[in-house]
Design a protein around this ligand. Structure first.
Ligand SMILES: Nc1nc2c(c(=O)[nH]1)N[C@H]1C(S)=C(S)[C@@H](COP(=O)(O)OP(=O)(O)OC[C@H]3O[C@@H](n4cnc5c(=O)[nH]c(N)nc54)[C@H](O)[C@@H]3O)O[C@H]1N2
Ligand SMILES: Nc1nc2c(c(=O)[nH]1)N[C@H]1C(S)=C(S)[C@@H](COP(=O)(O)OP(=O)(O)OC[C@H]3O[C@@H](n4cnc5c(=O)[nH]c(N)nc54)[C@H](O)[C@@H]3O)O[C@H]1N2
Ligand SMILES: [Mo]
Length: 667
């Protein structure tokens, strides 16, 4: 991003036209980032709660008072058991200085409980690790040359604009683009074809495709022989157990849909798969991602730079995490680990109880599953809560102390390559707004007040950026902070036309694509791909499906970024109001018409929305674009009142989209 500054005030924000991946384009939200930065609602100084928890009444205090109070609460808690202290952060910013550096050092030194950050991607990440050996995949820029593109549980028009422009270019050059999604999303609408399977059944679809690919002799025997492990066993299994008829039945599709998809995937080259996190927010999401990740090896798609699969590219640019986070400061202690997707449970029943929680880069009251439990936890009078944010979020309403944080325009940071192959420097453009401070500085001050003497607690933000880039991986060769800071962005040290696994060299222990995984076997998990059904979503004829006949999806709304931006009027106006998109048959069966007020409910909670009977979800599925702030919803609730704390098969990931509900028209 380029920011124009006049007399210390940012007056214009734009994409950097020299940056190949964005090509100078910003998404609808970030294009208005100045409105967010200078919003009248920005938190400007530290505050202390004066009302009830949740009420949102606060009074101004000084930074010294705030740091004193937090340090004294932490000292008291640590004297009893440091594990009663819990950091609670996620991905509000993904720059490494403000995301995971000084904070981690601080909590490691304390011996606080560790947080397993599982809200987004852990199922898919571990699924890829089993098959490809890590979070690596094809270069998204090469999608332009693909002739077949599968958008598999991905909605790039909304969630990944810069990939979408590549998909459109490929289409212009004659590619066929197929969306695999229970919902006719804004992306699916613009595809050549839409395969609307039941939520959580993607693994079954991939297994059925494998059956057809093998039966039709569309597999690449040479690639399989040289670069994969376990094909003979996989072949026996899918031919015996996973016919296209079985897959079609399981996925709620027609047999021809499965057959045709497989045959096109086998014949059209190069074929690129954009897998995204939507499909792995299910109980079986990890194994499903692993199963789909086997497909490119079966047809030899990796031979071409425009073939393969990409969920994330994060591990091409491994940073020096140990130096940033300093796990050595734990000094042999092994604190308990709390799964963030089960935060509600942790705050209401963990022993020893959590007594101090520090929330930053995260809005758990809005984004964590099973809100009723989360709120019950944050309402505890004996829980001391600190929230660092730009705005008075739903979570900040439950804080004892609220601290104002700087935005990306106001601090240094470094970003690794995540959905592309570039590293980015974040130079501050303006001075901090109000009395806001970078997260790193808050932890620096807290460390000083706690009496932590290690020199690492005095590292500046630039020193943190420098440390992050001291990585030994080949892809990072030639990239250091000084150079990056000057240039703004740098491509990883990989070829311009990058086909990472054309000649094998996967990141697994065997260096092969592991269709059979010894790593999974060592955890007592079936080493071959198998169908791991969702816990709720696909329904069947069980008791739960009778009471709650509809699957509930709450994917990102176009004008929100999780819960970020959802407080600003501009973006709320675009999204209008919380809405529930429905299939006409599901609506008419309940006497619901377009525009009616409806209540969605299950055993965990309920949520009031406006029905949009638009036929975009397949029958049996309802969709509520999210994540609304609770305080801006008509009934003070949001989609996470309905979602469950159950975690996925691999990685303990959240299962937001594995959720059943019933819908009722309100008078
Ligand atoms: N505008 C915007 N952009 C964002 C975000 C945002 O909140 N707003 N969030 C960012 C973040 S943190 C992330 S992780 C990414 C997420 O990016 P995506 O994964 O692309 O986003 P989702 O909308 O969660 O999922 C994509 C699609 O998966 C579908 N889906 C749900 N369940 C299933 C299933 O079982 N199978 C299949 N095949 N499809 C399913 C949904 O209907 C949805 O259309 O986006 C990032 N970009
Ligand atoms: N129902 C449902 N729930 C979901 C999802 C869904 O699709 N449906 N998506 C899930 C996914 S994919 C994710 S990634 C999570 C995201 O969950 P979170 O990471 O909590 O995401 P946000 O709500 O976008 O951001 C949290 C807060 O970080 C703040 N922030 C940003 N930058 C900074 C900074 O530099 N310092 C400080 N102190 N604060 C900062 C923002 O103002 C915001 O209030 O939500 C998950 N929850
Ligand atoms: Mo995410």
């Amino acid at each position: 991003m380029l920011v124009t500054v006049q007399d210390g005030v940012a007056t214009r924000i734009q994409g950097d036209p020299s940056m190949p991946f964005t090509d100078g384009t910003l998404c609808t939200k970030v294009a208005h980032y100045l409105e967010r930065t200078y919003s009248a609602d920005r938190l400007l100084y530290p505050q202390k709660r004066v009302g009830r928890k949740g009420e949102g009444k606060f009074a101004r205090i000084s930074w010294d008072e705030a740091i004193d109070e937090i340090a004294s609460r932490m000292k008291a808690a640590a004297a009893e058991d440091p594990q009663t202290i819990l950091p609670c952060s996620y991905a509000g910013t993904m720059g490494y200085a403000q995301y995971m550096s000084m904070d981690r050092r601080f909590f490691h030194k304390l011996g606080a409980s560790l947080l397993d950050r599982t809200l987004c991607s852990s199922a898919g990440k571990y699924g890829l690790k089993a098959t490809l050996g890590g979070s690596v995949g094809m270069d998204p820029e090469r999608f332009v040359d693909a002739k077949l593109i599968l958008l598999w549980g991905a909605n790039p028009v909304v969630s990944n604009l810069h990939l979408w422009s590549r998909v459109q270019e490929a289409k212009r050059r004659g590619a066929k683009v197929i969306a695999i999604d229970p919902y006719r999303s804004l992306s699916a609408e613009k595809c050549s074809q839409h395969v609307a399977l039941l939520p959580g059944t993607d693994g079954a679809l991939a297994l059925g495709m494998m059956h057809v690919l093998i039966r039709e002799k569309l597999v690449d025997g040479d690639y399989l022989e040289r670069h994969t492990l376990g094909f003979p066993e996989l072949k026996d299994r899918v031919l015996a157990e996973h016919s296209p008829e079985w897959a079609a039945r399981t996925c709620g599709l027609r047999v021809e849909e499965v057959e045709q998809l497989a045959i096109e995937y086998g014949r059209i080259k190069p074929a690129a798969i954009r897998l995204n996190y939507g499909m792995q927010r299910h109980a079986g999401g990890g194994i499903a991602a692993r199963t789909i990740a086997c497909l490119p090896a079966l047809v030899g798609a990796w031979r071409d730079a425009a073939g393969g699969i990409v969920l994330t590219t994060a591990e091409f640019s491994n940073l020096d995490h140990a130096a940033l986070e300093r796990p050595d400061l734990l000094a042999g202690r092994k604190p308990r680990v709390i799964n963030q997707s089960r935060l509600g449970e942790a705050l209401t029943s963990a022993q020893p109880p959590v007594k101090v929680i520090v929330v930053y880069n995260n809005n758990p009251v809005a984004v964590c599953p099973d809100s009723n439990k989360v709120i019950e936890g944050f309402s505890r009078e004996d829980l001391f809560t600190v929230v660092m944010d730009h705005f008075q979020t739903d979570t900040a309403d439950y804080a004892d102390i609220v601290l104002p944080a700087t935005t990306q325009l106001e601090h240094y940071d470094v970003h690794k390559a995540y959905g592309h192959l570039y590293l980015l420097a974040n130079n501050p453009a303006i001075a901090p707004v109000g009395e806001s401070l970078p997260n790193s500085e808050v932890f620096r001050r807290l460390a000083a007040r706690m009496g932590f003497e290690e020199p690492c607690f005095r590292d500046s933000d630039e020193e943190l950026c420098r440390t992050a880039l001291r990585s030994s991986v080949a892809e990072m060769k030639g990239i250091d902070w000084e150079g990056l800071k000057q240039a703004g962005w740098k491509r990883l040290n990989v070829p311009e036309i990058f086909a990472p696994f054309a000649n094998g060299g996967f990141r697994t222990p065997s260096r092969k694509c592991e269709l059979k995984s010894a790593w999974l076997e060592s955890q007592g998990i079936d080493p071959l791909p198998f169908y791991n059904p969702p816990a709720e979503a696909a329904g069947g004829d069980g008791e739960l499906a009778k009471r709650y006949p509809l699957a509930f999806l709450s994917p990102p709304a176009r004008h929100f970024l999780n819960s970020t931006f959802a407080n600003l009027v501009r973006f709320r106006d675009f999204e209008r109001e919380p809405r529930l998109e429905m299939h006409p048959e599901d609506a008419s069966a309940r006497g619901i018409r377009d525009g009616d007020r409806v209540r969605v409910f299950n055993d965990r909670g309920s949520y009031m929305l406006t029905a949009r009977v638009n036929g975009k979800p397949r029958r049996g599925v309802v969709v509520a674009p999210s994540v609304w702030w609770r305080k801006h919803s008509p009934d003070g609730r949001n989609a996470n009142d309905l979602t469950s704390q159950r975690v996925s098969d691999l990685g303990g990931g959240a299962t937001f989209y594995d959720c059943r509900v019933e819908v009722q028209r309100l008078p």
